[in-house]
Design a protein around this ligand. Sequence first.
Ligand code: ATP
Ligand code: MG
Length: 332
Amino acid sequence: MDRMEPGGRTLLEVRDLRIGIKGRLAVDGISFSAGEGEILGIVGESGCGKSLTALSIPGLLPEAAGLAGGSIRYRGRELTGLRERELRKIRGAEISMIFQEPRFSLNPLLRIGKQITEALELHGEKDKALMRGKALDLARSLGLPEPEKLLSLYPHQLSGGMCQRVMIAIAMICGPRLLIADEPTTALDVSTQAQILELLKRINRETGTAILFISHDLSVIQAICRRVLVMYAGKLVERGPAADVFARPAHEYTRGLLGAIPGRSSRGRPLANIPGRVPPIEGERPPGCPFAPRCAKAAPRCREAFPPEIPLGPGHSAACLAALGRAGAGDA
Ligand SMILES: Nc1ncnc2c1ncn2[C@@H]1O[C@H](COP(=O)(O)OP(=O)(O)OP(=O)(O)O)[C@@H](O)[C@H]1O
Ligand SMILES: [Mg+2]
């Protein structure tokens, strides 16, 4: 199981999370935890269930999806089953989110300043001057150029990178303890991407806000996360300190991902060195390891039952029978 480092306090604890869509499980029994102030990554190809996992935490699953089981504890409090009213108090103030397309998340008709202070208003703040002051302070501390002018602009007057910085400001204005960042740099060019990653790292360092960082791109995960979870077809297949997972990937899927290091342009396309695709949610999901049909090392046993997590090192494990040999545990 997933353990925090000694001394690290648990912020988020997800147990046996299952999310159903169209009568199938798009997220199938995943468990993980995140510590206070940690940057935890989730990586996997398109359709693996990363976004559904993320959205379920603040209770924002799309209509088509539903929680089919499991527990989501935030600072010891169970979030599943909370009323919308309770969740609204948590969203923004405690847990906030940023997404891939900042432009779609911003309101085109409202000035940037208004959009940043709106989050404060939603949580009960009424003092306009105070809110404006906070927005300016935050814009400055996030290194946004010409904050006074910026607050009076509309989204269409900003670049994609600047829109994402504004989204980060909106997400941070109430001082959340957890920021969920779902592919926040995927739509940006490489140099803007690097700036946003640096900004997120700085926020994490300076405010202690934990970040759940989701990406299909291992090189991005590598640049920002200390620990990483690898998802495939709704399952967690490998986890561990990012340095270990990248140096010694154990699951055949992780090895394939690393071999591919997909760039932006390969989003949604099959991995160059692993034939096949993530099975669609509508298709059959036979028992056993969902990756077996694409795995060069798959043994008949792999198709019988989903393998247990095999420990490989401190905090590092993989649900892969081929990893047994790598763990030096022999072929049990
Ligand atoms: N609103 C929805 N309606 C129907 N199916 C959905 C919906 N949202 C997600 N799915 C399906 O659930 C599965 C998991 O989707 P999810 O968005 O969590 O994947 P992801 O790992 O975030 O992929 P991506 O990298 O493309 O963002 C996919 O098969 C997807 O098609
Ligand atoms: Mg997604």
